[in-house]
Ligand binder design. Structure first.
Ligand code: SPV
Ligand code: MG
Length: 554
């Protein structure tokens, strides 16, 4: 349906139509969001947005461009204020052609001479064009329009110019008789008596009346409608409110000299993203652009409090520990980004305010002291709706491990260090490692070779006897969309039904990530082991931390 048709339908409906002034796509969009049924492409607002007077300073093309912006950003009809039609009847013809072509529903033309002066500017020279001339412009406009639904509103400035009620009525009638679809009677009186008197004497009932209650601001839409007005225009409140807001914010900023000083005066960035359609853009990027990213979200667990590194972790969570100028978390994100994973979510808990990284989404486990990894992971439940990578926040790993994991076609994959047992990792005061047994492991003692067929995980956890283990879980896992669904279904069911001990934990709240993986295996999910051979480090103790400093090159 064309916007012109939409406007016709609004006109046919009983009751008043209230439209809101705008000056660009954004103000138009906010006007639609606020619930207005149409927009007024206000010459006053558009001129002000260029910081020039409303006096035919802007060209038709500039005004049209602004009207187009608001038309394109909204689904409601736009009525364009075309001043005096930008010249004589010949100019009007081009004006109608261009506005109609742009999808504008209606135009409004006033009987000011060219160049016009805003109706409210005091002490400026004001002149009206002869009534025959303006009636001729209305006829020209009506003769030019192609779509019969397109509307032409004729406006008289007779009351503004001080030419009196009789002149105003005479002009209104002449314009209605020339074919105007509506007549706008403008007034700068502080009370509505003038326009109400005009409406009372109006004798062209098939030509509805329009008014702009800017100066008679105490009068309600209801009163104006009862007095006989069909279309009411709130003409300039978008730009006036933005001037007030901008002035307050910018003067405060200049005085305070830090951006936090105006947080309460500005919308969050997300509100801007929503208005400009960033989500839509993301969807379109996914649909139409070759993907550089593997399309997974990385979820990093950084909620826990570590005992092994006190007092280093007195003020900092472990992932924020610095190793040669970069934190563990930054190093993880560098590797993720290098592999094309740009979408990162971090679950915080202990000392959450110390976790600062750009371009990540944050989730909080404020119960970190009495819960464990499974609980933390599901604080980011929103992120578990598609394929995701899971990472402990305290591990460093080679890029090749991540690349290997990202290539896994399995629904659930965990990275397993098959060098476990061979190399004798420093065991002093570190917690029991997460060990893994495989379903189809080779004979123990047989040196692992990367090219063999993939293994399925049989068991994962801390209580596996070291002698029977085939490897160590590195703290990296990946779930396909299907794997993610199996995990979230499993967890939501457990949250309802699970009482008491859960695998190696005394409760679901205290369950580790490996307890969840074991549960998936027990329920029949296949969990693939992605074999690696060393090339990673968990920072759990001072020895680990020192080793990291020694191993990492500047
Ligand atoms: C406008 O908004 O540009 C108008 C209405 O024409 S008024 O400013 O009241 O004249
Ligand atoms: Mg105007």
């Amino acid at each position: 349906m064309t916007k012109a048709r939409k406007l016709r339908e609004l006109m046919a409906r009983p009751g008043p139509i209230v439209i809101i002034g705008a000056h660009n796509g954004l103000s138009g969009k906010i006007g639609e969001e606020a619930g207005f049924e149409g927009l007024w492409a206000s010459g006053f607002e558009i001129s002000a947005s260029y910081a020039v007077p409303d006096a035919n300073i802007l060209t038709m093309a500039e005004n049209l461009h602004a009207a187009q912006m608001m038309n394109n950003s909204t689904s409601i009809p736009v009525i364009a204020d075309c001043d005096n039609g930008y010249g004589n009847a010949i100019n009007v013809i081009r004006c109608v052609e261009e506005y109609e072509r742009a999808g504008i529903a209606a135009i409004c033309m006033e009987d000011n001479v060219f160049p016009k002066r805003c109706s409210f500017y005091a002490g400026v020279k004001r002149e009206l064009s002869p009534v025959e001339e303006h009636a001729g412009k209305i006829r020209a406009a009506k003769a030019t329009q192609k779509n019969p639904d397109f509307m032409v509103i004729a406006r008289t400035e007779a009351l503004i110019a001080g030419w009196g009620m009789e002149e105003a009525l005479m002009r209104g009638r002449a314009y209605a008789d020339a074919g105007a679809d509506m007549v706008l009677i403008h007034s700068k009186s502080k009370d509505p008596d003038e326009v109400i008197s005009f409406a009372r004497q109006w004798d062209r009932p098939s030509t509805p009346l329009v008014c702009v209650p800017t100066i008679y601001k105490g009068t309600t839409v209801d009163q104006l409608h009862k007095a006989g007005f069909k279309l009411i225009i709130f003409a300039n409140h978008a730009i006036r409110s933005s001037i007030k807001a901008m002035t307050e914010t910018l003067t405060t900023l200049k005085r305070e000299m830090y951006t936090g000083s105006v947080e309460d005066k500005v919308v969050p960035l997300d509100r801007v993203y929503q208005l400009v359609g960033v989500d839509k853009m993301k969807t379109e990027e996914g649909a139409f652009m070759p993907s550089e990213s593997p399309g997974v979200t990385a979820i990093i667990l950084a909620a826990g409090q570590s005992q092994g590194l006190l007092p280093l972790t007195e003020e900092l969570p472990k992932p924020m520990l610095d190793i040669k100028g970069k934190t563990i978390l930054e190093r993880q994100i560098d590797v993720l980004n290098a592999c094309g994973v740009k979408d990162v979510a971090v679950v915080r808990g202990y000392k959450k305010d110390a976790i600062k990284i750009p371009n990540a989404r944050f989730y909080d486990n404020d119960e970190f002291a009495t819960t464990n990894e499974a609980f933390s992971l599901f604080r980011a439940a929103k992120e578990l709706k598609g394929p995701f990578l899971f990472l402990y926040g305290d591990i460093l790993f080679e890029r090749s491990h991540l690349e290997k994991l990202l290539k896994s076609p399995a629904d659930v994959s965990i990275v397993v260090d098959r060098a476990y047992g061979e190399t004798g990792r420093p065991e002093s005061n570190r917690g029991a490692p997460d060990l893994v047994t495989l379903k189809d492991a080779q004979e123990s003692g047989y040196r692992f070779l990367g090219a063999e067929a993939p293994h399925q995980v049989a068991k994962v956890g801390r209580t596996i006897a070291p002698a029977s283990a085939n490897g160590e879980f590195v703290g990296m896992a990946m779930f396909s969309a299907k794997g993610a669904r199996a995990l979230t279904d499993c967890y939501s069911q457990l949250s309802e039904t699970q009482k008491g001990a859960f695998h190696e934990a005394d409760s679901l709240r205290n369950a580790s990530f490996t307890d969840l993986v074991q549960e998936l295996i027990d329920r029949g999910s296949e969990v693939r082991a992605i074999d690696v051979y060393k090339g990673w480090l968990e920072i759990d103790t001072f020895e680990d931390y020192r080793r990291a400093w020694a191993l990492i090159k500047e």
